[in-house]
Design a protein around this ligand. Structure first.
Ligand code: SD4
Length: 325
């Protein structure tokens, strides 16, 4: 495969050859051995169990991690009794606005933000990645692109649950996000396929009753999601503003590159957020889930109550996560 690293190396060899006045045949690129045969998928919160099932249908048939992480979170986006997608809580003006991102094993990535009336923002994010020269489209432009790509424009109505909670919220109209087991609006998923390649996805309605136009971490590559196929894949949930502040998912990948286990790396990023937020750290939730190139998984949260769903050849279960507080 003619990748960038090989290109740099071969052009260096060529120029050295030119300097020495003789012709140099480009070296055969060395392929790293792949970790094969052990697919694994993890995803945030309890809705992750059903999402992992969707992903596993792809992974168990030797499908690509990218297809698995898209199929997996689409299960959650479709679910009317969960917290993600068009059935979720609206912004403070009563509109559901969706954010999503996706990243594959070759540093390709795509995202949408502030997208309205489209059922599967994750698939629109993938189209942005595959069919445009851009990484992120937002708002009306993202919706226009989605419709042009054949995604149906859904009716602008709130689900019964969202309507109830919005009406309740309107009585005080206070913005006090507390994201935890009983109140969350995101699914993040990372997976490794049988070929040893990593991919990740993240999709959300963002924080309920947010200001109109607010974007969180979920559509921001490096914050809500990051995949580095040489090291690992990470996604985040919780208060997006504080994940963005520390480039959360990218930081966790870099901690793993330095030799930390997935859990240690997630812990280091959570501790950094706690340090930055000082006494305000006790009022927010942030959690990361991470998967490394060996197929090892781990997580860490600021507050108690965070869980993630794990599926591999041997097991399918929820994992309770250690927390800072
Ligand atoms: C956001 N990180 O929009 C998301 C919210 C979230 O569970 O994770 N909710 O900031």
């Amino acid at each position: 495969m003619f990748n960038r690293r090989y290109f740099l190396r071969s052009s260096l060899f060529s120029s050295l050859g030119l300097l020495a006045g003789r012709k140099v045949v480009a070296a055969t690129p060395v392929q790293r051995p792949l970790v094969t045969g052990q697919p694994v998928v993890i995803s945030t919160w309890d809705a992750g169990l059903a999402a992992n099932k969707g992903a596993w249908e792809v992974l168990s048939r030797n499908g690509a991690a990218l297809d698995a992480v898209e199929a997996g979170v689409k299960v959650t986006e479709s679910s009317q009794n969960c917290c993600v997608g068009l059935g979720a809580n609206p912004d403070r003006d009563g509109y559901v606005t969706l954010d999503a991102s996706i990243m594959d094993h070759e540093w390709n990535c795509g995202a949408v933000g502030f997208l309205e009336r489209i059922k599967h923002p994750i698939s629109v994010a993938r189209r942005v990645m595959e069919k445009t020269p851009h990484v992120m489209l937002v708002g009306v432009g993202a919706q226009q692109f989605a419709v042009a790509e054949g995604f149906p424009l859904e009716p602008a109505v709130l689900s019964d649950d969202a309507k109830k909670s919005y009406e309740k919220w309107l009585k005080k109209a206070e913005y006090k996000p507390v994201i935890n087991i009983e109140n969350h609006d995101t699914i993040g998923m990372v997976a490794m396929d049988a070929a040893g390649n990593l991919s990740g996805s993240c999709t959300t309605s963002g924080m309920g009753f947010k200001m109109r136009g607010r974007l969180g971490d979920s559509p921001i590559i490096g914050a809500g999601l990051f995949v580095d196929n040489e090291v690992g894949a990470v996604t985040a949930t919780g208060q997006g503003e504080d994940v963005i502040r520390v480039c959360g998912s990218h930081s966790v990948v870099e901690y793993m590159r330095q030799g930390m286990s997935p859990e240690e790396a997630c812990k280091a990023a959570v501790e950094k957020i706690a340090r930055i937020k000082k006494e305000k750290a006790k009022d927010i939730q942030v959690a990361f889930i991470a998967l490394n190139k060996k197929g090892e998984t781990g997580s860490y949260a600021l507050q108690k109550g965070f869980t993630y769903a794990l599926r591999n050849n041997n097991e399918e279960r929820m994992v309770e996560v250690k927390s800072y507080f």
